[in-house]
Design a protein around this ligand. Structure first.
Ligand code: DSN
Length: 415
């Protein structure tokens, strides 16, 4: 691996080696990260990176697109089959450009959108004031209930009837519970709004059949392809036949220029992987692992936002342990666990400090870890908190995390 880079650019080669070493030796618990297959990685490192292909299959603005056309058509067909969608656009470079495309296809700058607040588990691109979505549109936000820390759909309906947004946006980056698509649809219908669901976090759970699909209920579904879906870093838009023309036109030439054809082809590889029984089992295991981890942490006195999880992630409010999200993230990094600090609903700390951490199981499950390992990890987390001032104890815990990693080798053939 990296033979050519090693010859031509030893500085970058050293960084690539170091990153592989880091990924191998740490427990990766960032809920939005995963480890792609070697097939996905090879496709991303292919000659398709050389090709300009502005436009769509058979309607390009460049010659020589015969093979990339085939790759894109395959990716589209597979995406539609995997999610039972009428149409798919596989060109978005990211979840962010997928959402930008979906908004601009149906809204004008200044129009109103209503999405889940980032500080209550939403996404940056769902109308946060510092993001294009909040800068271009009049963004309003719904929140979770202070009692249940889950979405109160009656309250959301009341808010939607007052605000009357042109687009209702569902989906989250730190919400551990199921979504009620039927309720979202009926609210959108009542106010004649377009319903967009961003399934970036749960796309792999939907593909694997362990979570219901938003596709039959929504006008547009956006996603990334690199989280629970375990594909290349990129975006995806699914829609009804009726909405598709506007989406295509907005993604190119509206939002993007030339698509990244090496990534489009790698998305095709990913979608095929997602159709296998192995992937269906993987999706089940991600959820089962999160549930076991959550129970084990609650037994040790950790507060899980909403009292548990239905998906691949947990949001842990660590304020009762005398920690902030920031200090917890640093503490866990010290013992070989990578995660991210995260605001919890009604957080009193700033977004840079926060009161919580988000823990996810996609990457660990890809390594093959199961319920026993989740219990061990909960124990490492608990002992880290109890021994936060004891350097020797923390070093020993890091050793335990490394042993776990060694028992579940990552990319074993990769040198
Ligand atoms: N930044 C992403 C995450 O970590 O969840 C949101 O798409």
């Amino acid at each position: 691996m990296y033979d050519e880079v090693r010859k031509t650019d030893p500085e970058i080669a050293a960084i690539l080696d170091a990153e592989l070493g880091r990924q191998r030796s740490q427990l990766e618990m960032i809920a939005s990260e995963n480890f792609t297959s070697r097939a996905v990685m090879e496709t991303m490192g292919s000659t398709l990176t050389n090709k300009y292909a502005e436009g769509y299959p058979k309607k390009r603005y460049y010659g020589g697109c015969i093979h990339v056309d085939e790759a894109e058509m395959l990716a589209k067909r597979r995406a539609m089959a995997l999610f039972g969608a009428e149409r798919a656009n596989v060109q978005p470079h990211s979840g962010s450009t997928a959402n930008m495309t979906a908004y601009l296809a149906f809204l004008k700058p200044g129009d109103k959108i209503l999405g889940l607040s980032l500080s209550h588990g939403g996404h940056l691109t769902h109308g946060h004031p510092v993001n294009f979505s909040g800068l271009l549109f009049e963004a309003k936000h719904y929140e979770v209930s202070p009692e249940t820390e889950t979405i109160d759909y009656d309250k959301l309906r009341d808010q939607a009837l007052i605000e009357r947004p042109k687009m209702l946006v569902g989906g989250a980056s730190a919400y551990p519970r199921f979504w009620d698509y039927e309720k979202l649809r009926s609210i959108a219908d009542e106010i004649d709004a377009i319903l967009l669901f961003d399934m970036a976090h749960i796309a792999g759970l939907v593909a694997g059949g362990v979570h219901a699909s938003p596709v039959p209920f929504c006008d547009v579904v956006t996603s990334t392809t690199h989280k629970t879906l375990r594909g290349p870093r990129g975006g995806l838009i699914l829609s009804t036949k009726e909405k598709f023309k506007a989406i295509n036109k907005m993604n190119f030439p509206g939002v993007q220029g030339g698509p990244l054809m090496h990534v489009v082809a790698a998305k095709a590889v990913c979608f095929q992987e997602c159709m296998t029984d192995e992937f269906k089992q993987y999706a089940k295991d991600m959820v089962a692992n999160a549930s076991v981890l959550g129970d084990a942490l609650m037994e040790r006195g950790f507060h899980l936002v909403s009292g548990g999880t239905d998906n691949h992630l947990l949001l842990v409010n660590v304020s009762n342990k005398g920690l902030t999200g920031k200090s917890m993230e640093e503490l866990l990094e010290h013992v070989g666990i990578t995660c991210n600090k995260n605001t919890v609903p009604f957080d009193k700390e700033s977004p840079f400090v926060t009161s919580g951490v988000r823990l996810g199981t996609p990457a660990l499950t890809t390594r093959g870890m199961g319920p026993d390992e989740m219990k061990k990890i909960a124990d490492i987390i608990d002992r880290a908190v109890q021994n936060m001032e004891n350097q020797d104890a923390l070093d020993a815990l890091r050793g335990e995390a490394e042993e776990l990693c060694k028992a579940f080798p990552l990319y074993p053939g990769m040198k």
